[in-house]
Design a protein around this ligand. Structure first.
Ligand code: 2HA
Ligand code: ZN
Length: 269
């Protein structure tokens, strides 16, 4: 059993990680204006004080039903808020919400009545799915990494596992640190139920999925882990593009080298 103080410190640490990652997203150029969003399932860190907090908003309806999230708590980036502001003031540019007992609505409980991200449907659907599977994943990140989004404009790269294989083969660490690769979601309107639903299916096989011509969605135990996976994939994309800019198509690691890597590092697939 954790003490209330331990829970509070852990919660503070999780919010600090969100602020840290928001700063990286901005400096990397992945978070123009209000681009991207972050949500963290903080239910396990909610102490009795938090559990009894009164709502500071009306009840807000969701577009989906989330049967596994009854009474769950989330930190959510606010809609229309900038990552670069969130990096300095996470509680002014996001809020804590509680899912209502009907599992179809939520209310904001702290600190300010900042309405959550426009991608709330996808984020909460993913959290619901992860809780249902008994996963430890608590963090969901959506961001707009330049090189990966650019690559999603090539139909060849959207075929199953073509981009995963190419990115893994650019540098050994990519498969080691993003061992499930990059799933592909054909273009869907941002914020839609369709985008949320197709993301769920892909997340059974991948920890990072590409929303064609838009951005990526990544999951992890914490937000740093989700960020790191997008970061290693993007590094590989940059190496590929750097080689192309020098006028040649990079060789990529051979199938044997990839196989050897997978055995030595005990990786799936
Ligand atoms: O929050 O990135 O996809 C702004 C977005 C929507
Ligand atoms: Zn987006």
């Amino acid at each position: 059993m954790k003490t209330i103080l331990e829970e509070r410190l852990e919660l503070k640490r999780e919010i600090e990680k969100v602020a840290e990652v928001a700063g990286y997203l901005w400096t990397k150029g992945w978070a123009e204006r209000n681009g991207g969003n972050i949500t963290i399932n903080i239910t396990d860190l909610a102490d009795s004080g938090m559990k009894s907090m009164a709502a500071i908003s009306d009840i807000i309806k969701l577009d989906v039903e989330l049967p596994n999230l009854k009474g769950a708590f989330f930190y959510c980036k606010g809609t229309n808020k900038r990552m670069r502001d969130l990096a300095r003031f996470p509680m002014d540019n996001g809020s804590v919400i509680r899912i209502c007992d009907d599992c179809k609505s939520y209310e904001i409980i702290a600190d300010n009545p900042v309405k959550p991200t426009s991608e709330i449907t996808a984020h909460l659907s993913v959290h619901n799915h992860m809780v249902g599977k008994g996963s430890n994943y608590k963090a969901v990140l959506h961001t707009h990494p330049i090189e990966l989004v650019a690559m999603s404009h090539n139909p060849e790269f959207l075929k199953k596992d073509v981009l995963t294989k190419l990115l893994w083969s650019m540098i050994p660490e990519t498969k080691a640190f993003c061992p499930r690769g990059l799933g592909i979601i054909p273009y869907k309107i941002p914020g839609s139920v369709e985008l949320a639903e197709s993301s769920l299916k892909e997340l059974d096989d991948y920890d990072v999925v590409m929303w064609e011509k838009h951005g990526v969605l990544a999951v992890g135990d914490d937000i740093l882990e989700a960020f790191d996976q997008v970061d290693v994939l993007t590094k590989s994309a940059q190496i590929y593009i750097a080689a192309k800019n020098m006028g040649f198509t990079p060789d990529g690691m051979s199938d044997e080298a990839m196989k050897e890597m997978s055995v030595v590092f005990n990786l799936p697939k």
